[in-house]
Design a protein around this ligand. Sequence first.
Ligand code: BGC
Length: 539
Amino acid sequence: MNMKTGESWIWWKHGVIYHIYPWSFQDSNGDGIGDIRGIISRLGYLKALGIDGIWISPMYKSPMVDFGYDVSNYREIDPVFGTMEDFLELIDKAHEQGIRVILDMILNHTSDQHPWFIESASSRDNPKRNWYIWKDGKKKERPPNNWKSPVGGNAWRYDATTGQHYLHSFFEEQPDLNWRDAELPGVFFDEMKFWLDLGVDGFRLDVINMIAKDKKFRDNPLVLGIPAFQKHLYTRNRKRSIAIAAMIRQLTDSYENRTTIGEIYAPPPGDAKTAARYLAKGKEGIHLAFDFSLIFSIWNAHSYFKCINTWYKNLPDGGWPCNVLSNHDLFRSIDRFPLRTNREEKAKVASTMLLTLKGTPFLYYGEEIGMHNTRIPKRQIRDPLGKRYWPVFTGRDKARTPMQWTKEPNAGFTTGIPWLPLNRDIRSRSVRQQEGDPASLLNHYRNLIKLRKTSEALQRGSWNPVTNGQQGILTYFRNTDDERILVILNFTGRYKSFSLHEHTYGKILFSTHRNTEEFMYFQNMQIGPYEATVCLVSE
Ligand code: BGC
C-alpha cells in the first residue's frame, strides 16, 4: 500500500513478470522437454530472483505444429507437459510463493485438429460452420481475396469436401476463428472462465490485434506493388478486435485481481500508438499491451528515448505501460545489439533501463544470465518457419534453447536428450556459475529487482526525461512526491560528461561502475563507458 495515495500494491502493475517457454525451462522426467513439474521445482529460483508473476507459453493439448500455438483442446494440458493435477499443484505452489500464473490464450485460431474445426469443416450447414471463416473462392479454387499470411504464402486454403476456402492467418493447420460470429465469443469466453475458475491469474492474449477481419473481405493494399508484401489494413487492428479486447477485460474484471496482456504485434519499428489503442481508457481496454518498439530499437540512446517517449505519450488516461526486450519469437536482445562487442555491458545497460522505466517489466527466461541465440544445425531445426525458410531465415528455435542451470552436460535442464541443442557456452554461462559471482548479470538483475521493490518511485513514479539520448546518454527521473530517483545510462563505449543543475548530489543506490551508498555530485560528472547508475536525489 502506498501510504500517501492509498493505492494498494497491484501485482501486474508494480511487480515483475517472467516469461517461461515451457519446452525449455526445466525437464523433470528425462524426456528432453520441459514440463510443469520442472517449473514447480524452479519456483524457488524465481522467488529469489524477485519475480511476482510468470507467463507460460501454451501448454494446452496440441498437435504441436506451432509448438502449442495450435490448440486442439483448451481445457486440457498436453501430456508432454504433465497432467491437470500437476498444473493445479503449480498454481498452488506458485501462489504460496507469491507468484501469479498467467496463461497464453490463443484466440485467433485453433488447431485444425480441434473438434470445433473438424465439425465446422464437415459440411456447409454444420452449426459450427460460422465459427471459422469460410468463403467461396473467386473461381472455385482461386482464393477469395489477396490476403497473405505473415508466415508466408496464401492465407486461404481450399477444402474440397465443402468446396470453400478457410482462412488461416498462420499455418494452414491453424484455421482462424470467426470473432464476428454471434455465438463464438461466448463459447470462447467459457474456455477462459474454465481457467479463471481454477485460479489462473490472467492471460497473455496471442495476436489479439489480428482476431477480427474486415467484414467485406477487401484486398489488402500492396507494398511497392509486390503481392507478397502487404499492408495489413483489413486483417489487423479492426475495431471489432478492440471491442473484443474490452469484453475480455470485463470478463477478467468479474474475478478478483486478474490481468490481461495483449500481443499487439507490429513489424519493425513497432507501433506504440496502435498498441495503446487496446488499453483504451482504463477499464474499457485490456490491462497491458506489448508495444514492440523497444524490442526493435537499434542500440542508440536517442532511439530508445524516442520509443519510450512515444509509448508513454500515447497511453490513454489510466492506461499502464509494460516493457519488454525479448520474447520467444524474436532474436534474444543481447544478440540484437549490433556489433558483437561489449554485449554483457550492453545487457546491463538495457536491463537497468527495463527495470527502472515506468511500467511492468517482462523478462524472457535466460535473459537474466545473458543467454545467447544458439545456432541450430539444419537437421535439428524444429520451428516450422525455420524449416520452411532455411537458410534465409533459420527460424525461432535459436531463442528457445534450454535454460542453462549448471555447467554439466545438458546444463541441468534434462537427464535425457534435449529437444533442442543447448548453447555451446554452457561451461561459462549458467545460473549456478553466476549465482556465486557478485558482478554477474544474474546478480545485476537480482539487485535491480530488489531495488525496484523497495522504491515507490521506481514502481509507481512519473517518468521525467532529463536528456533525450542525443549525446549517447539517456537520463531520467522517476518521481513521487517523496522520492526522486535519477537514472543515468551510457549507451556508448566512451566517457560522457553530464551535469544536473537543479540538484547538487544524490546517494548511489545501484551502479555498474560506482560504490553504492556513496554520494554522487551532479556537476561535471564523468559517466563511464556503458555505465548504468541509479541515484536517490537529495535536494
Ligand atoms: C506467437 C507465436 C505464434 C503465433 C501464432 C504469436 O504471435 O507468439 O509464437 O507462432 O502467434 O499463434
